[in-house]
Design a protein around this ligand. Sequence first.
Ligand SMILES: CCCCCCCCCC(=O)SCCNC(=O)CCNC(=O)[C@H](O)C(C)(C)COP(=O)(O)OP(=O)(O)OC[C@H]1O[C@@H](n2cnc3c(N)ncnc32)[C@H](O)[C@@H]1OP(=O)(O)O
Length: 219
Amino acid sequence: MSNEQRPVWHKRVTEAISADELAEREALWVPLTEEVRELVSTAILSEVDEHAVALARQHIRAAQEILGTKVDTGSFGMHVNDEGLAWNWGNAATGQKNAVAPPLCQVPIADGVRYEADFGAGYEGPPGCLHGGWIALILDHASGRAAHLEGNGPTFTGTLTIRYLQPTRLGPAVAHAWVETRTANKFVVRCTLSTEDGVTAESEGVFVLARWARKPQED
Ligand SMILES: CCCCCCCCCC(=O)SCCNC(=O)CCNC(=O)[C@H](O)C(C)(C)COP(=O)(O)OP(=O)(O)OC[C@H]1O[C@@H](n2cnc3c(N)ncnc32)[C@H](O)[C@@H]1OP(=O)(O)O
């Protein structure tokens, strides 16, 4: 895929970095992401007094200053190296550097895509339950990933229809997405989200291989 084919908004950064160096970098940043995520949850549940809150804010501002001494602008985008590796660590669903992303863990399976996560206080919608917007994000991402793996290219959500079957209680949950049908550039993908209560939400989505990523004969 040439640069000319990609739309202007598609930020792509080429880096001269080996797979080993990338793994080291990931090992450096992922713990920070996990700690920031934990900080969000602790801040929600904390009941400390005003002095402790003021002290915590000082430390957080200090950390922000340290991290802010060298920053990129805009978004993280898609980083690539010349060995064919690609990493989008700012992604809102699974970005390794994105503490806003839920703690999704992809588990290899033969039939489609499976993500597992333990949703804590930061993901609450109805009291004690997962917010419907997070549910939509998880179904969307798992489905998009399933289409992406079969389509071998960037697939975009065209239409996503969700049925919220019962409240999804906070705690462990599993998403399973699989491609049901495929035509040249279009994938119909089904996905379920389950907890110990059973399936709590299900979706059907149409995912489309981006026009700019298609081979000429497929367009
Ligand atoms: C590391 C990778 C991990 C991947 C996971 C990512 C998951 C996250 C997914 C997302 O959140 S993507 C962000 C939300 N989606 C968007 O922003 C998409 C915005 N819309 C578009 O960019 C375009 O409208 C779209 C790519 C969806 C379709 O435009 P095209 O010009 O490529 O479609 P085209 O006209 O060539 O139609 C191709 C086929 O798709 C069908 N189609 C097009 N738009 C559709 C739509 N919106 N809904 C359903 N079907 C649609 C169309 O009818 C046709 O069907 P047939 O082949 O059967 O004729």
